[in-house]
Design a protein around this ligand. Structure first.
Ligand SMILES: Cc1cc2nc3c(=O)[nH]c(=O)nc-3n(C[C@H](O)[C@H](O)[C@H](O)COP(=O)(O)OP(=O)(O)OC[C@H]3O[C@@H](n4cnc5c(N)ncnc54)[C@H](O)[C@@H]3O)c2cc1C
Length: 323
């Protein structure tokens, strides 16, 4: 049996941030992730200045692909706007690996299946034991499933469905484009160029609304990539998109139970206007670590429900979250 002060299940931004701060405070931390890092994470890779600040990361010091956008090209029906805002794009393949290595904790590739309580400790798969347990395993987090799902059931109206592909591409347009509600999509589509010759294109919306309207993401995808071609943005024939689902922020009150915590997508913390999840994942990792280290209670009060950033946030929230 391997032991640690704290076991963190999942090494994405939520888990690596929490592990980093626990290690800094002197705890012996073990991160378990089912994937071998660097690993692919479906994500447009948009990061806000606030998230980088929480990560104590100066964009100029980040050693991998990063691009800065001083405005966003927002399209809504025939309207277009370029709100001034400072935002960044990174590649999750690099970013998550960088953060996890920086955390400097023990890391094991292991898919967590079973969690038991034993004499005040948590025992994972009969192989790992710790006093503290942090569930950072994303939407399918086994800690959420074992310890929180009954007290904090997920609300189907807050579930997103997404489709995306990131690939090497010699892009010409260095702007980040967002198309809202195009072709009846209850969400938005994006073109996000990345440094060092990559681009991420994708779309997403609220799953229930998609079902209600009878549309399928695959159909929206086919139309979207055809439009990227006619717009002269991406001319590519080898698309291989994948889908993933996560939850935007609802009324969640059970995020800790004894010495067990859940953070990031395991809770469902993405913003209700832009479905931004990296910043809330990082912030929740910080707050959970602070609670473990200081004994302060862990709550989501310090985590924004909206991205803001020049978007008509309330309007978007009303469109996305209907329940
Ligand atoms: C298509 C798409 C586009 C997005 N675009 C953006 C964007 O541009 N900007 C933004 O801010 N947010 C975006 N998001 C949301 C964002 O990706 C997530 O909110 C964020 O990754 C959450 O971080 P996390 O650490 O909670 O979870 P994750 O990053 O999902 O990490 C969870 C980790 O847990 C591991 N794991 C899972 N199950 C187990 C298990 N049983 N045992 C061990 N390990 C396990 C996984 O391998 C993974 O490494 C997007 C999401 C999608 C799907």
């Amino acid at each position: 049996m391997q032991t640690a002060d704290a076991i963190v299940v999942g090494g994405g931004p939520a888990g690596s941030t929490c592990a980093w701060k626990l290690r800094e405070a002197g705890l012996d931390v073990l991160v378990l992730d089912r994937a071998a890092f660097p690993r692919t994470k479906l994500c447009a890779g948009w990061v806000t200045p606030e998230a980088l600040q929480d990560l104590e990361l100066d964009p100029g010091d980040y050693p991998h692909s990063i691009m800065t956008f001083d405005n966003l090209h927002v399209h809504w029906k025939v309207l277009g706007a370029k709100p001034a805002t400072r935002q960044f794009s990174i590649r999750r393949y690099e970013f998550d690996d960088f953060l996890l290595r920086r955390a400097g904790t023990r890391l094991l590739q292991h898919k967590v299946r079973d969690i038991q309580r034993d004499h005040g400790d948590y025992v994972v798969d009969d192989a790992f034991r710790s006093k503290y347990l942090v569930g950072a395993g994303g939407t399918a987090c086994p800690v959420y499933r074992a310890l929180f799902s009954e007290r904090a059931p997920r609300n189907g109206a807050l579930q997103t469905a997404t489709y995306e592909h990131e690939f090497a591409y010699d892009w010409k347009d260095p702007a980040c484009h967002l198309w809202f509600f195009e072709g009846g999509l209850p969400g938005y589509a994006w073109y996000v160029p990345k440094a060092n010759g990559y681009v991420n294109v994708g779309l997403g919306g609220m799953a229930e609304q998609l079902k209600h309207k009878g549309g399928h993401l695959r159909e929206h995808w086919a139309k979207f990539v055809a439009r990227l071609k006619t717009r002269g943005l991406v001319d590519y024939d080898a698309y291989d998109p994948s889908g993933y689902s996560y939850y935007v922020r609802g009324e969640v009150d059970a995020v800790s139970d004894g010495n067990a915590y859940i953070v990031g997508d395991a809770v469902g913390l993405a913003t209700r206007d832009m479905c931004e999840g990296i910043g809330p994942a990082v912030r929740s990792g910080l707050l959970a670590a602070r609670s473990i280290v200081t004994g302060e209670s862990y709550s989501l009060d310090g985590i924004g429900k909206l991205s803001g950033n020049g978007f008509p946030s309330r309007l978007l929230e009303r469109q996305f979250v209907r329940h």
